[in-house]
Each structure stands twice: as structure tokens, then as C-alpha cells.
Design a protein around this ligand. Structure first.
Ligand code: BTN
Length: 280
């Protein structure tokens, strides 16, 4: 149910979010509990008329939060679980740029809050201690495109649902994720943050990055400066096979270049694991 008055206990309030006057919070849907903000945002985007660019869905709790590759995304109170309806005026083949632009925006917002988050390709945000090759995940991003047909039969990018799951005011053990090490803003800063201020920083940083996706080389330069994957030995699971090699760079469209004993491979999607051992 939409909470018109806003939550007070969770530190978010509908009016306070609207008063931020951010282009990415043009319409705000604040929920106490939903299955997944991703599904809720998609449903709003598909309505007639569809929700406009800058429709923001947030829920205090998600009962069916989803991550990449169909994984479960634990979403107890204290996190910032949100999805944005975006309607970028770009062709379908450029939609994947949103993934990396969003990662840069979220990373910068985390730095604004004193957390030196690093991007693991393509768009996980990790807290990486010196000497630690693996890192602990503090935020996950899920960008899903809605594609329609034009009268001429071409595929058109109708919308993108950009989901962000940021572990904020909670303890890592609240997330009950056995197979992944996690960090939260609370664990890193030793205090809770004001979620409205956090949201404001995110919406502002995201908007700047999304507005320059046509100048993608600038976004990728910032991605390179903020990443923790390039130069590492990694294993990539894709299409059921495992590839190992050294992550050497990105292509101009953000695919990962992997130097393997068989040559350089371009990886467009897949799950990257940073390997601890050195040498190939
Ligand atoms: C990942 O790293 O696997 C992506 C995680 C994305 C989680 C967010 S939380 C808000 C939105 N709603 C969902 O169900 N998923 C995304």
C-alpha cells in the first residue's frame, strides 16, 4: 500500500522526497512492503499511460527482492531498496550503457558519504580493504530494459527499470547471505545515515551520469578510475562455461576485455569472480 504520509521510523517520507525536486523523483511511490520494487516499477511503466521518466519506487521491505541472474535479494528494513523508471531517448543497442553509468553514479554518491566504494565489473559496488582482492558488496544494481516495436517494425527502447539495492542502516548479518561477503553503510561508517540525504545524493549523481551516456567515453573514464576489476585475475561464468584470465580493459561500449592463454576475449555479460591467486 502506498504510504502517503511516509515512514517516520525508516527515515523516509514521501513529501520530503518530493521536496528534493530531483528529476529522478518526479513521481514517488513509497511502500511499506512490496514483493519487488522492480516489478512494481515495471507495472507502472507498462500502464497506459505509462509512468514517466523519473518515477521512483521505494519500499522499506521487499519480500521477493531479485538480484542479477535470478538470485534472491534479501531486503529487510534499513536498506535502500529502490527502482527507477527511466525513458532515455537512446536506441536499444545503447541500453547497456545505463548499467555502467549507474554504477559510476552510485559509487560517487557512496564516496560523498565517506565510503570509498569500488566497482566490480559490470556494476557491483564493493568495499575493498587494502590487500583484499575480493571485497564486500555494499550495493547491487539491476537494469532491465522494456523494449517495444515501432510501426516500421524496429525495436524501440520503451523504458529501463533501474533497480538499486543499497545496504544502508543495517548490519551485514541482517542480510543472511551465506555465499557472499557483504558490507553496509552502518558497518563501514559505524553510524546510521539519513536516508533522505542518501537518496538525494544518489538521485543527483545518477542523473548527472545518465545525462552523459551519449558521451560514454567520459563515463567509462570515471568507471576505470573507480573500478576494482581491471588488472585482476578473474573467472567469468557465462553461458555455462568458466573463463579465466586477466581483466585488461573495457571496450568503448563497456564490455570487459579478458586476456586468456587463448587470446583476448570480450565479455558482454556474466558473473565475474576476482581470484585470489597471482600468475596465470
Ligand atoms: C545484484 O547485484 O544482483 C542486483 C541487486 C538489485 C537489488 C535491487 S533492490 C531494489 C530492486 N528490486 C529488486 O527486486 N531488485 C532491485
Amino acid at each position: 500500500m502506498l504510504n502517503e504520509g511516509g515512514w517516520t521510523t525508516a527515515g523516509l517520507n514521501q513529501k520530503a522526497i518530493e521536496n528534493l525536486e530531483r528529476p529522478l523523483a518526479r513521481r514517488v511511490y513509497l511502500h511499506e512492503e512490496v514483493g519487488s520494487t522492480q516489478e512494481r516499477a515495471r507495472e507502472l511503466a507498462r500502464r497506459t499511460p505509462g509512468a514517466p521518466h523519473g518515477t521512483l519506487v521505494i519500499s522499506r521491505v521487499q519480500k521477493g527482492g531479485r538480484g542479477r541472474l535470478g538470485r534472491e535479494w534479501g531486503s529487510p528494513p534499513g536498506g535502500l531498496w529502490m527502482s527507477l523508471v527511466l525513458r532515455p531517448e537512446i536506441p536499444v543497442y545503447l541500453a547497456s550503457r545505463i548499467t555502467q553509468a549507474a554504477a559510476v553514479g552510485v559509487a560517487k554518491a557512496l564516496w560523498d558519504f565517506g565510503v570509498e566504494a569500488r566497482i566490480k565489473w559490470p556494476n557491483d559496488l564493493l568495499v575493498v580493504q587494502r590487500g583484499d582482492l575480493v571485497g564486500r558488496k555494499i550495493c547491487g544494481i539491476l537494469a532491465e530494459a522494456g523494449v517495444g516495436d515501432t510501426p516500421g517494425g524496429y525495436r524501440r527502447l520503451d523504458f529501463v527499470i533501474l533497480g538499486i539495492g543499497l545496504n544502508a542502516n543495517l548490519d551485514p548479518e541482517d542480510l543472511a547471505i551465506p555465499d557472499r561477503e557483504v558490507a553496509t553503510l552502518r558497518s563501514e561508517l559505524g553510524r546510521d545515515v539519513d536516508l533522505t540525504e542518501l537518496l538525494d545524493a544518489l538521485l543527483s549523481r545518477l542523473n548527472v551520469e545518465l545525462e552523459r551516456i551519449e558521451d560514454f567515453s567520459a563515463v567509462l573514464d570515471d568507471w576505470r578510475a573507480l573500478n576494482c576489476t581491471l588488472g585482476k585475475l578473474v573467472r567469468v561464468e557465462r553461458f555455462g562455461e568458466a573463463l579465466e584470465g586477466r581483466a585488461s580493459d573495457l571496450t568503448p561500449e563497456g564490455a570487459l576485455l579478458l586476456d586468456t592463454p587463448e587470446g583476448t576475449v570480450e565479455v558482454f555479460e556474466g558473473e565475474v569472480e576476482h581470484l585470489r591467486q597471482e600468475g596465470m
